[in-house]
Design a protein. Sequence first.
Length: 126
Amino acid sequence: MDQATGATIMVVGDDSSFCYLMRRYAKKGTHRIVFAYSGEEALTLARREKPAVVVLEAGRPGTMGWSVLRALREDQITHDIPVVLCSWWDEEEQGLEEGADVYLRKPILYEDFLTALADVGIKNSP
């Protein structure tokens, strides 16, 4: 867990490259970042940490990311946490319909990451 003074960002994904990139992006500001690598861990961590946003890696529908999105939205404690859904696939409409607040198509640039955070009310502080 990284120590910082900004918002807590929870990253959920099983791709080490994605997690590394999100860590680097978050560390450019003052954000605290926590990671979950499985669906069960994601829901437990989101309930405990109550992050300002969840950055969620999603593959094709039916994979872990989509299950986590549904679980976050169905849980009384986590249903209001903003979710940024990230995928290689062009499934923005489905992602937004299923409860994502922002959809980012990979590859994700730093500017896209900052815009997504701003869209859910998180300012980047250098």
